[in-house]
Design a binder for this molecule. Sequence first.
Ligand SMILES: Nc1ncnc2c1ncn2[C@@H]1O[C@H](COP(=O)(O)OP(=O)(O)OP(=O)(O)O)[C@@H](O)[C@H]1O
Ligand SMILES: [Mg+2]
Length: 257
Amino acid sequence: MTIDPSDINMDPPAIVIKNLTVSYGPKPALLDVSLSIEKGVLAGVIGPNGAGKSTFIKAILGFVKKDTGSVSILGIPAEKAKGLVAYVPQRGAVDWDFPIQVKEVAMMGRYGSIPWYRDCRKQDWELVDKALEMVRMSDFRNSQIGQLSGGQQQRVFMARALAQGSDILLLDEPFAGVDAATERAILDVLEQAKKTGRTLIVVHHDLATAAEYFDRLILIKQRVYAYGTPQAVLQEELLSEVYEGRLKIFAELAGRK
Ligand SMILES: Nc1ncnc2c1ncn2[C@@H]1O[C@H](COP(=O)(O)OP(=O)(O)OP(=O)(O)O)[C@@H](O)[C@H]1O
Ligand SMILES: [Mg+2]
């Protein structure tokens, strides 16, 4: 058998999704989604409540059962690519009363890379400390996670994802419930991660800042309505279809593009 070199993709996209359908009940949460996300982008996932944004993230992680379709990460089927992706869950999904220190939460990001027969090494702790420094939480290294504010907890979870060292980061509403200063700090971390070549997919519900924060947008409501630059996606017609005319800020958005 001869192999045509053009059939071998030496530089696959970060994520390729083909004909993905996911259902929890009779109505699919995601329906026939196909999308290719290139490497190195900082992409925002937008769409109304219940649109399937979290399901989209969970499907990439392999956390939900697919009815149909496939997901590949850097050219590898997602089922075999778990370590390549780091995840920061939506805040309500985490038990914050669990008695564990900040540094231990961040170290959880390393567990996938540490074989069962050895303990955390100096270099693992160095990666943890670097990640905590990046999110400006080094001073809270020994604090209990439950005793931090919501914004601080969010930053620790980002440190956990960064410590993992994965090329792809998926974050579900990292800006939810944080103040303006923390929002800025989190955005800085996302931008820094992008500069190091990572691909970031971030669920975001604030359309007013979407164009400013992201270089790609994914507009979802059960289906992917659009993927591209903010300019291409933030079109009045598309938004009014997805948000069903509930948006009154088209003019403002157009001004920010
Ligand atoms: N575990 C579940 N069991 C049953 N239905 C679910 C489950 N998780 C999500 N759904 C349903 O699937 C749809 C998509 O939910 P999803 O959480 O993905 O939306 P979302 O866009 O993230 O919403 P939000 O903006 O409120 O976070 C909704 O109709 C939701 O009710
Ligand atoms: Mg959600």
